[in-house]
Ligand binder design. Structure first.
Ligand code: GTP
Length: 321
């Protein structure tokens, strides 16, 4: 599939090689290095001279992006107050979609990419259902093939969950960048993967997925951080739990619609509907709060404080309730 390049992406002369040093024995690599090696990707050689007007080389962009991620305050503004945990990213104005002529006639390919252990295989099982798993799909990697019906339309999809080859050889209609919300490193890894994917497939839609949302106590990445990152990526963000099958159906539907070159939302829905930030809709928590507050009569501010103080001393005046 040939896709046009965009202004946002570095030109071909600025691409660099990102590979592990070959003199390190495999058994000496730590977990993170192995993860990097696993998704190692060779693009092309670095330029000798860089003009001021040309975009930064990828490795500089990566450093810059990681520096941004390491700053504790960077997340506060971009997502905005409506960023609801577990919701879709609200920053959905402009993100790449496949042009109609860029889409293949064959199966829609959905690639799950991310650091080791984030739950790609578990997610593939959840998305693949009980369909056949093929050991090799077009010699490109392991994947699940299944037919899904989304919006009354059938599509055959291939879900790649274990892309072992050079990432620049990957061809897919949707890239799903998976991290674990309990592992900050895996979150940073998605930034690198996003740049590498954009390098070779600038128009391929990306979905950022925070997995293991069930592990609330060990969470290291907040929903707002992830949504801010998604805003930078110009992509959707969705929090799921592959183990509990929580929100995986929504993810599948969004991925299929994007792979078809459509809006990710169900027909008739908007980004605001899906993010839970619009009007009187919203998350179950906020609706529950609204409901509970509607049960308690509203007092003028000056009486409210007195009422709370009185309540702590005595409860004889139950009529106040
Ligand atoms: N609590 C919880 N655990 C999960 C979830 N998804 C995956 N896991 C666990 O995380 C571990 C790693 O999951 P995998 O699916 O093997 O992760 P992977 O990304 O495919 O890992 P590699 O194959 O090494 O790349 C397993 O023990 C899973 O059971 C989830 O949503 N919640």
């Amino acid at each position: 599939m040939t896709v046009p390049s965009t202004d946002l992406d570095p030109g071909p002369e600025d691409t660099v090689s990102l590979q592990m040093p070959t003199d390190v024995p495999e058994d000496k690599l730590n977990h993170e290095e192995k993860a990097t090696k696993c998704d190692s990707m060779t693009l092309s050689s670095a330029p000798a001279v860089r003009r001021g007007s040309t975009p930064l080389p990828i490795k500089h962009q990566l450093r810059r992006e990681e520096a941004v991620h390491d700053d504790g305050d960077w997340t506060s503004g971009a997502a905005g107050p409506s960023a609801a945990a577990g919701g879709f990213s609200p920053a959905l104005g402009e993100y790449p979609t496949l042009a109609a002529e860029g889409r293949p006639d064959g199966p829609l390919r959905i690639a799950l990419l991310g650091q080791n252990g984030v739950g790609k295989s578990s997610l593939a099982v959840a998305l693949g259902g009980d369909m056949d798993r093929t050991a090799s799909v077009d010699s490109e990697g392991e994947g699940y093939v299944r037919t899904v019906t989304v919006d009354d339309e059938d599509s055959t999809i291939i879900i790649f969950d274990n892309w072992r080859q050079d990432l620049s050889a990957l061809q897919c209609e949707v890239g799903v960048l998976v991290f674990s919300v309990t592992d900050r490193r895996s979150f940073h890894r998605t930034a690198q993967l996003r740049l590498l994917l954009r390098e070779t497939q600038p128009q391929t839609p990306i979905i950022l997925v925070g997995n293991k949302s069930d592990l609330v106590r060990t969470r290291e990445v907040t929903a707002q951080e992830a949504m801010s990152s998604a805003a930078l990526f110009k992509c959707l963000y969705l929090e799921i739990s592959a183990s509990l099958d929580h929100r995986t159906p929504e993810l599948l539907e969004c991925a299929v619609r994007l792979a078809r070159g459509q809006s990710p939302w169900p027909p008739g829905s908007s980004a605001e509907d899906m993010s839970g930030g619009g009007g009187q809709r919203g998350s179950i928590t906020s609706r529950a709060k609204r409901f509970l507050s509607s049960l308690v009569p509203r007092y003028p501010r000056e009486r409210e404080g007195r009422f709370l103080r009185q309540k702590s001393r005595s409860c004889h005046d139950l009529g106040a309730l």
